[in-house]
Design a protein around this ligand. Structure first.
Ligand code: FUB
Length: 334
């Protein structure tokens, strides 16, 4: 097989990395204090061999990035949280998110505890860029990966989370872990992401996590064998024109897709693709409005010449069409 020409791919890419001095991925973007703040994973070469559990994603800390304007310079605010400072966490600081309530910023992150299971932790700061002070314990009842926190207009905050394979979601049913639980067979409904409203203090779940249903246009759950459309990881929720848009990655088929609903718990009906596959195995994103325009934040592995766990965060404009449908983005020009 011929090696891809990364210089050519770089020239064809619709956007370039926001920073090149470190590798970053899984960007969760929010507008705080009039700027765009991005909460990414900080990819490193941890020297761990590739496997289906994603152990080669051996990240140890988080940096926060910010931009005053799209297209402007990106500031790296340095280390915001390190695994060594989180009492319950041992390794693999994966995709995080952040939220603001009152005058406090809350940083949510998944990591593996010494028992090898992912949990989700929270850390706080008085600035959007930290450094964040972690709680001593993970959020009670949390599991799996990829927390994404949505602030609704009525003041409620919801956390979406979950991811299959390396994200361990297949080992949970009714919020309980068993190593004997497996991914459903192809003709059964796919596993859904989870959602829970957060407590008033933002440090716990206010309720037991519920499974989110993603339905096809006939109102039937997407099936586990529908790899082009079923949920894999990378939950995100945004609201546009009164409609809730749940977006996610299909993992092994490498699409970013979305589904819409009329409330934060779903069900959500599958609508289509947001982003076609990027260079690198993973695809993970966020969507955020800034000064009247919407943007997609995503990553690819062009800068590292295809190394799947050394990714770079990018952004590009996202368009909701007149009927509310999102225009599918091609990450590379022909
Ligand atoms: O960055 C590690 C993992 O890769 C994330 O948690 C997943 O969403 C995938 O992007």
């Amino acid at each position: 097989m011929t090696e891809p020409n990364y210089q050519e791919l770089k020239a064809k890419a619709i956007s370039q990395p926001l920073v090149e001095h470190i590798y970053t991925a899984d960007p969760s973007a929010h507008v705080f204090e009039g700027k765009i703040y991005i909460y990414p994973s900080h990819d490193i070469e941890a020297g761990i061999p590739f496997n289906d559990n994603g152990d080669h994603f051996g990240m140890e800390d988080y940096h926060v990035l910010s931009l005053e304007q799209p297209g402007g310079a990106t500031t790296d605010h340095g280390v915001a949280l390190h695994v060594a400072d989180v009492p319950w966490a041992e390794r693999q600081m994966w995709a995080p998110d952040a939220a603001k309530k009152g005058d406090t910023y809350y940083f949510y992150f998944p990591a593996k505890a010494p028992d090898g299971l992912f949990r989700i932790g929270v850390a706080t700061a008085k600035t959007p860029y930290g450094p964040f002070k972690p709680e001593a314990e993970a959020i009670a009842g949390s599991y799996s990966i990829d927390p994404a926190v949505f602030a609704d207009d009525d003041g409620a905050y919801y956390m979406y989370f979950g991811g299959i394979w390396g994200g361990q979601l297949q080992s949970y049913r009714d919020n309980s872990y068993s190593s004997s639980h497996q991914e459903p067979s192809a003709e059964q409904p796919a596993l859904g992401p989870r959602v829970a409203r957060l407590s008033d203090d933002m440090l716990q779940f206010a309720e037991a996590p519920r499974e989110v249903q993603i339905l096809d246009s006939d109102g039937q759950p997407l099936l586990a064998g529908d790899n082009d459309r079923r949920f894999f990881e990378a939950s995100w929720l945004h609201k546009y024109d009164g409609t809730y848009y749940f977006s996610y990655s299909t993992g092994d088929t490498h699409f970013l897709c979305y589904a819409t609903g009329d409330n934060p718990y779903g069900p959500f009906t599958y609508q289509g693709r947001i982003l076609e596959p990027v260079v690198g195995w993973t695809t993970h994103h966020s969507i955020c409005q800034f000064e009247g325009k919407w943007y997609l934040f995503y990553h690819d592995s062009i800068l590292s010449e295809g190394v799947t766990h050394l990714r770079s965060v990018k952004m590009t404009e996202l368009v909701h069409q007149a009927d509310g449908r999102i225009l599918t983005i091609q990450p590379y020009r022909d």
